[in-house]
Design a protein around this ligand. Structure first.
Ligand code: BES
Ligand code: ZN
Ligand code: ZN
Length: 514
């Protein structure tokens, strides 16, 4: 990461920021009050020294922005200073919103995004965030969100560009005005964003340079760097044959690239009585051509993204230790390439899954559910409390929810609610979809136990119902169909074109707060 945020945590005393003679300070405060009609106890001590530094330009800017501090709102002020330049942003949070325990962190994330955009225009900017009127719990979340937004906004995938943009970070200094120590929030934001960026890099890397073997190599590196906390077990093709992962092997057989299944285990240093065993499963199709049920050319152009679930899971594992997650977390990552050769699976073939159910493969492009079937079955021996899978599973989910929203399926209302809560906090959008039992008939095969497609209607639901057939009994399970948000063709407020790292921030919030 290029960003180097200099942390300077200020107390309420202004002296650390700028030494101002008392008389001048008081008279300035009076002037400011009169000038913009500030209510005495709402005039922040941060604004005065900054205003002095800019010869009153800040107060006139505040007036221009129509900054009216109100007693019913807690406000944060961000001041971005460059060379002879500064900009001011405000964020108002109503007291009611606070008392309900709800904080619109996305608003603060966007504030961070704004600061980066300004700072990019003005090298060596200083950013000051006034949180002097914000409580400790809120301040911790706010700082994390602001910095997260700032760091996420800066990312661009330029590995293959000859002329790389000079994207060296320009925020010279970050001032946080708060009576509380916020160092760890800054660190946590950086850790989280590093994980998101790992996932984005993996998704953005073309399939030629990211085969299952390459993914394995990178996983080894991630695990190696976290030696005390993470362990990796690799199941190669021979091992997969031995364990009879027939569904997964039916996909990889059409490619010359060997398949793998990775099992990464995170052992927390500290546990408490609420510690659970949680399994994360990520779809890792490094390229999805559709197989013999070949995709049309235009649907194939972005299919390097079909391992976004696997990338999100690996990214998440990377920072569990740094964030002090207290659950035992396991990652199961099936890795294949869905291609065509003389041995490729033919529509109508019947295979046997790891849990012994037989599957008629009517469409080789519905390959994600096949590799997940075996990965989910594999998780049985872990005797987990919770299993969550992430997969770019269906185009139908994009039709249903659009590009920005993930489809959430779960057999547990409480797990679904917890994930929805984390979604709100992380800004990674989720919408719960039904696991409609009466649709199960759509995936019954005429000649085997199951068939791998259920027709056009409700395509995302029948895919989820298919997965449910392989979920170990008794576990709370959630399936996230991330086909839409995993990869964006149009940049949004803070994510550039390509892989978004969707799921990393959501899962990390879930694992930290569950
Ligand atoms: N990887 C695709 C789903 C996908 C589509 C991901 C668009 C990202 C963007 C998946 O393997 C697939 O091809 N699904 C088929 C299923 C169908 C054959 C039942 C689909 O959605 O068309
Ligand atoms: Zn497919
Ligand atoms: Zn796919």
């Amino acid at each position: 990461m290029k960003i180097n945020v200099k942390r300077q945590i200020l107390t309420k005393s202004t002296s650390e920021l700028l030494v101002i003679p008392a008389e001048e300070f008081i008279s300035k405060k009076q002037k400011l009050k009169k000038f913009i009609g500030f209510n005495e106890n709402l005039v922040s001590d941060l604004l005065i020294p900054l205003d002095l530094r800019f010869n009153g330009a800040l107060s006139s800017s505040l007036k221009k922005f129509n900054y009216v501090p109100s007693a019913s709102k807690r406000q944060g002020v961000i001041v971005i200073e460059g060379k002879k330049y500064f900009n001011v942003r405000f964020s108002g949070l109503s007291k009611d919103a606070f008392s309900e325990g709800f904080l619109d962190l996305e608003e603060w994330r966007l504030l961070g995004v704004d600061s980066v955009k300004e700072a990019l225009k003005n090298k060596n900017s200083t950013i000051s965030i006034d949180l002097s009127r914000v409580g400790k719990k809120e301040a911790i979340s706010i700082v994390e969100a602001v910095i997260e937004g700032a760091l996420l906004a800066e990312y661009e995938f330029d590995r293959y560009k000859t002329n790389k943009k000079d994207n060296k970070f320009f925020i010279k200094e970050l001032n946080l005005l708060s009576p509380f120590s916020l160092f760890s929030s800054v660190e946590n934001a950086k850790v989280k964003v590093e994980s998101s960026i790992l996932a984005r890099d993996l998704v953005n890397t073309p399939a030629r340079d990211l085969t299952p073997k390459d993914f394995l190599k990178i996983s080894k590196k991630v695990v190696g760097e976290r030696g005390n906390f993470l362990t990796l077990e690799v199941y190669n093709e021979a091992a997969l044959k031995k364990m009879k992962a027939g569904c997964l092997l039916s996909v990889s057989i059409g490619s010359s690239e060997p398949p793998y299944m990775l099992h990464i285990k995170y052992k927390p240093k500290l546990r408490n009585k609420n510690s659970k065993k949680i399994v994360l499963v990520g779809k890792g199709v490094t390229f999805d051509s559709g197989g013999l049920s070949l995709k049309p050319a235009s649907s194939m152009t972005t299919m390097k993204c079909d391992m976004a679930g696997a990338a999100a899971v690996l990214g998440t594992m990377k920072s569990l230790a740094s964030l002090g997650v207290k659950h035992e977390v396991h990652a199961i990552i099936p890795l294949v390439e869905n291609l065509i050769n003389g041995k490729a699976t033919k529509p109508g073939d019947v295979v046997k899954a790891l849990n012994s159910k037989t599957v008629e493969i009517l469409n080789t492009d519905a390959e994600g559910r096949l590799i997940l079937a075996d990965a989910l079955s594999f998780s049985k021996k872990l005797k987990a409390d919770i299993v969550i899978d992430l997969a770019t599973l269906t185009g139908a989910c994009i039709v249903a929810l659009g590009d920005d929203i993930t489809g959430l399926y779960s057999n547990s209302d409480s797990l679904a609610d917890n994930l929805l809560e984390s979604s709100k906090k992380s800004g990674e959008k989720l919408w719960r979809m039904p696991l409609e039992p009466s649709y199960k008939k759509l995936i019954k095969s005429k000649i085997a136990d199951l068939q791998n497609i259920g027709g056009r209607s409700g395509g995302s639901i029948t895919a989820a119902l298919f997965l449910q057939e392989f979920v170990p009994e008794g576990v709370k399970w959630a399936h996230l169909d991330i086909a839409g948000p995993a990869f964006i063709e149009k940049q949004n407020e803070y994510l550039s074109y390509g892989g978004t790292g969707y799921g990393v921030r959501l899962l990390l919030d879930f694992l930290r707060s569950y």
